[in-house]
Design a protein around this ligand. Structure first.
Ligand code: AHZ
Length: 312
């Protein structure tokens, strides 16, 4: 039989013309075709396989097409990147905020507290952010405790993804930075080079699997401390000669580390804001271990920086 067309849907990001069959050809689902009867008569609306594929394909590629030019790109959806995304996109619904996350699962290291334990510690005054997004906690004086880090991360993620101006492309790696020279000869980061992570992981086994690009006037990099994926931009700035050397993350000192990361979150080279634990590798500041107020506040500071740059 001929395919049933997909229903027309409200696509807030569709600027591309997607061929959608005329409404008149829609096979309408009658009341009798479906049933939510749990006594053995549950019936789904009829569907054809291609409808499912097309429902995903047209959205995914519409998004890639539309976000090839974004307003602000955030690299890394850990606690810092997600806090930045929420602060930015909730305050500025006019901006196209695009998050690129290498992993399938967004959230970075924020699904657990320390040593695979579940509670998440957040020092004051960063607890204000928990009230803003509606995450309950226990007050222990100088800090608060969320009963499970996953409650923080899943709530924040759902708030971020609910914002109509946010796009999250997970399983997608930033492989390089676009660096252009302006009229004064100054080098400026003006975009990111992307590939599907599974492709990026296979550059040694397959030849020439070229990437795509996303350009934006402001890039925020929050890829975490060094590891298999982390500190991406901090390391690339050094290998490109835009920074002499990595500062390298220092040993743990909660009291020095958290304010250093928050107050140091800034435009490290034109067009590029760096924050979260990636900044510890860039600046050579301490790590803080399993306390997340610094990541939240660094994300908020990065949002302020990004807006200042965008609006200037
Ligand atoms: O997958 C990475 C993670 O989700 C992602 N990422 C890294 N490189 C990427 C690339 N392209 C796209 N090239 C990339 N995505 O970035 C995310 C970083 O999240 P994270 O949780 O690792 O970093 P964060 O700075 O948001 O939070 C750090 C949390 C830490 S580490 C620490 C310590 O070691 O003492 N303490 C805290 C609170």
């Amino acid at each position: 039989g001929s395919l049933m067309p997909f229903p027309l849907c409200d696509m807030s990001v569709s600027r591309t013309a997607v061929e959608t069959p005329a409404l008149s050809t829609l096979k309408l689902v009658g009341k009798n075709d479906i049933s939510e009867d749990y006594n053995g008569a549950y019936r789904f609306a009829p569907i054809e396989e291609a409808q499912v594929s097309r429902a995903m394909i047209k959205r995914y590629f519409n998004i890639m097409y539309e976000r090839a030019v974004s307003d602000i790109v955030i690299v890394g959806a850990g606690s810092a990147g997600l806090s930045c995304a929420y602060s930015l996109a909730s305050r500025r619904p006019d901006l196209k905020v695009t998050i690129i996350e290498a992993n399938v699962a967004p959230g970075g290291g924020a699904w657990l507290g320390g040593q695979l334990m579940t509670a998440m510690v957040i020092r004051k005054p960063a607890d204000a952010f928990l009230r803003e997004i509606g995450v309950p906690y226990e007050d222990e004086g100088a800090f608060v405790v969320v009963k499970h880090a996953a409650l923080f991360t899943s709530t924040l993620l759902s708030k971020v993804l609910s914002l109509p101006n946010v796009v999250l492309m997970n399983a997608t790696t930033v492989e390089d930075l676009i660096v252009q020279q302006d009229f004064q000869g100054e080098q400026r980061v003006s975009g990111v080079v992307t590939n599907w992570t599974l492709v990026a992981l296979n550059h040694d086994t397959q030849s020439c699997m070229d990437p795509a690009t996303i350009t934006a006037p402001v890039i925020v990099t929050m890829t975490g401390h060094d590891g298999p994926m982390g500190a991406f931009s901090a390391k690339r700035l050094v290998s490109m000669g835009l920074n002499k050397e990595l500062g390298n993350m220092r040993g743990l000192d909660m009291n020095r580390s958290e304010p250093a990361i928050v107050n140091g979150t800034r435009e490290v080279i034109p067009g590029l804001v760096m924050g979260g634990m990636e900044l510890a590798e860039h600046d050579g500041s301490n790590r803080m271990g399993p306390t997340f107020g610094g990541m939240i506040a660094s994300g908020i500071k990065a949002a302020h920086e990004a807006l200042r740059m965008y609006d200037s």
